[in-house]
Structure formats: structure tokens, C-alpha cells
Design a protein around this ligand. Structure first.
Ligand SMILES: NC(=O)c1ccc[n+]([C@@H]2O[C@H](COP(=O)([O-])OP(=O)(O)OC[C@H]3O[C@@H](n4cnc5c(N)ncnc54)[C@H](O)[C@@H]3O)[C@@H](O)[C@H]2O)c1
Length: 343
């Protein structure tokens, strides 16, 4: 335990904020002292549930009055950048911002810049990185259990920025966080689809090429079959997952099943260690999350440019928003709807 308690403020008091609250409360080192939500009722309910005295409907007032050390940004993704930047400039030591980090690359860059400028430790909520199956997969692949990785495939539903962010982040994690070389992708948006108030596509697919020419094939909301397993092919085997276990096939023999063992850390224990200065970084730091934002935006940019997008991506705005505004992606079935927070 560190000598001081970190004074925590929560911005956005909905579903994921409860997950944050329960996790901060596992540690004596954190104390949730105030909350902010544009919805007064949500702030009141949360404050009552977590025995918090400070309640605000404007997070800027909270930042000004509460002398906070740590902020959790648990609002809809379109507000992550604005709140993170304001928190970084307010003098906090650490920020745990929910995923997706931002809705365009320019925002992600501004968040990192504000945190670097103020010496603030920025973590993005890609907490699945701590799951045993992913930490074990990373270790096994690094040890060469399937030789040199060649391809990875992942499928998921729920939107590129919402669910795809986890898939991209986890794929980078198991491959040892490689650099990205290029991206090509396709998007369909025939309905006026939103997710937590931000425009999203109906479906999309992309191929991402990492360093060492590892290809990652990603499908989001595509027609079935939906295969949820991790699947990595290497030049000496296959690594896949089933029922919480890893399955390996390589030249040493038939399929073997591995029960993954956690490395004992989680998003909050590592955040605390980073804040205390006991470690130098966090596996979900803002720089890692920026790679994921860049890849997602490059999938959209590939549609806009009708071709392969070489990294680094230069476009700072969301190419999806640009295409919606300029009529490149006309809606065929009118009627605005949100898959997470109904209008
Ligand atoms: N890491 C994960 O696995 C995971 C899981 C679920 C949600 N999330 C992310 O968490 C974020 C929130 O999702 P949720 O499901 O909790 O949403 P939610 O709708 O349940 O809660 C969001 C809350 O933020 C409040 N809010 C919105 N804008 C605000 C602002 N400017 N200032 C203050 N409060 C504001 C809303 O009133 C609402 O109460 C999203 O970015 C989502 O992608 C992450």
C-alpha cells in the first residue's frame, strides 16, 4: 500500500462506471471522492451506491473543486478526448479513460500530448489484455510455439469502435505489440446507425499488415458464421482458443490443450503500481491504444481512398464521418437509431 490515498473522480455514472467503482474499492489506496454526470439522477444513484459525497452535473466544476489525483472517464466515446484533456490540464496524476480511446486520430494525439505535457499517466480501458488466455497466448507465441506467426483472424459484432477496438488491441497484444505497415478495408452503412451517440457502420472488414508481414483479418458485424475464437496460424503450427483454454497444434505432435494461468495483475493493480512509480508503464497505456485508433481509422480511410493505406495514417478526422457528411455513404433505409443508448 502506498502512503497516500489517491482521490478518484468518476465522470459518467453508467454501466462501466460501476465496474470502475467496484475495482477502485478493492484497493485501500484509492478513494472515490466525487462523481459527475450530465444526468443528475445517474450521479445521485451512483453517489449513494458508492458512498460518495461529491456530486456534479458538470465535470469541469468537479475538476476545479475536488483536488483529484485520478479520473475515470466513463462517458460515451465522443466525449473521451475533451474530458481527458481537461483532466490532464487540471493537475491529476492519472487518467483511466474507457475504450475506444477516441473517435478519430486527431483526438487521440491531443489526449497523448496533453498527458505528456502535464506528466499524466494515461490508461485506456482495454482490460482484456490482463485475461490469462491472452497473456498466455502472448507468451507462447513469443516462445515460438507455432513458429513465426503468419495470419490472425477475429470476428465480432457491435461496431468497429465499440467491439473492434478490443479485437485489434488484443491481436496486437498476443503478437507482442507490433508496428502496423498497412491496412485495407471495406465498410457498409446503409442504415443510419449510431453507437452511444456516435455514427458507426453497419458492417466492416479489414486486413491489417503488421511488421514481419503478419496479416490480421478482422470482421465486424459480418454475416455468419461468427467464430469467436482466437486463431493464429504460424509457419510451425496453429494457436486457437476453446472454452477458456488454448489449443496448440505444431510439428511436435497432435493438438495439445493449455490451461492459461493469470500473471496476477489486472487493470487497476497495474494502474496503481504505475501511479506509485513501482513500474514504468501500463500495458494499456495511451500510446498502445493510439495504434488501435489508427488502425480503425485506416479501415475507414481505405474506403474513402478506395485502396491500401500505408501507415502512419495522416488523416486526423474520422474518414467515416467525412464520408457520411459528403454523401459518399448514403443511407438507404432512413431512421436514425443507436444500438447502445436509444435516442
Ligand atoms: N472496457 C469495456 O469492456 C467496456 C464495457 C462497456 C462500456 N465501455 C465503454 O465505456 C463508455 C461508457 O459506456 P457505458 O456502457 O457505461 O454507457 P452508459 O450510457 O451506461 O453510461 C455513460 C454515462 O455517461 C454520461 N455522460 C455522457 N456524456 C457525459 C458528459 N459529457 N459528462 C458527464 N457525463 C456524461 C451519461 O449520462 C451516462 O450516464 C463507452 O465508451 C463504452 O465503450 C467499455
Amino acid at each position: 500500500m502506498s502512503l497516500t490515498k489517491y482521490r478518484v473522480g468518476i465522470v459518467g455514472c453508467g454501466g462501466i462506471a460501476h465496474f470502475h467503482g467496484n475495482n477502485y474499492n478493492r484497493f485501500d489506496d484509492f478513494e472515490i471522492v466525487s462523481v459527475a454526470d450530465i444526468n443528475r439522477e445517474a450521479a445521485d444513484q451512483y453517489a449513494e451506491e458508492f458512498f460518495v459525497s461529491g456530486k456534479y452535473t458538470n465535470y469541469l466544476d468537479m475538476l476545479e473543486k475536488e483536488d483529484l489525483d485520478v479520473i475515470s472517464v466513463c462517458t460515451w466515446q465522443g466525449t473521451h478526448a475533451e474530458i481527458t484533456i481537461a483532466a490532464a490540464n487540471s493537475g491529476v496524476k492519472g487518467i483511466l479513460c474507457e475504450k475506444p480511446m477516441a473517435i478519430n486520430l486527431g483526438e487521440a494525439d491531443s489526449m497523448i500530448e496533453a498527458c505528456n505535457h502535464n506528466g499524466v499517466k494515461l490508461v485506456v480501458g482495454h482490460q482484456h489484455r490482463f485475461e490469462a488466455i491472452y497473456t498466455e497466448a502472448r507468451k507462447l507465441i513469443a516462445d515460438g510455439i507455432i513458429g513465426q506467426p503468419l495470419t490472425v483472424t477475429r470476428h465480432i459484432g457491435g461496431g468497429l469502435l465499440n467491439s473492434g477496438t478490443h479485437m485489434i488491441d488484443l491481436t496486437r497484444q498476443i503478437l507482442g505489440d507490433p508496428e502496423t505497415k498497412w491496412v485495407i478495408g471495406q465498410v457498409e452503412r446503409k442504415t443510419d446507425r449510431y453507437e452511444r451517440r456516435c455514427e458507426i457502420e453497419d458492417l466492416c472488414a479489414g486486413t491489417i499488415c503488421f511488421e514481419n508481414d503478419i496479416r490480421f483479418m478482422l470482421e465486424i458485424d459480418m454475416p455468419p458464421p461468427h467464430i469467436n475464437n482466437i486463431c493464429v496460424h504460424g509457419n510451425d503450427g496453429i494457436l486457437t482458443s476453446e472454452d477458456g483454454k488454448l489449443k496448440i497444434l505444431n510439428s511436435k505432435g497432435g493438438w495439445q490443450s493449455i490451461n492459461p494461468v493469470s500473471d496476477g495483475e489486472d487493470q487497476w493493480s497495474e494502474f496503481l503500481a504505475w501511479l506509485d512509480g513501482r513500474i514504468n508503464t501500463h500495458r494499456c497505456n495511451g500510446k498502445q491504444a493510439r495504434y488501435t485508433v489508427e488502425i480503425m481509422m485506416a479501415i475507414y480511410e481505405s474506403v474513402r481512398n478506395k485502396g491500401l493505406v500505408e501507415m502512419p495514417l495522416k488523416t486526423k478526422e474520422s474518414p467515416l464521418s467525412m464520408m457520411i457528411s459528403d454523401g459518399t455513404l448514403p443511407v438507404e433505409k432512413s431512421g436514425k437509431y443507436d444500438i447502445r443508448v436509444p435516442f
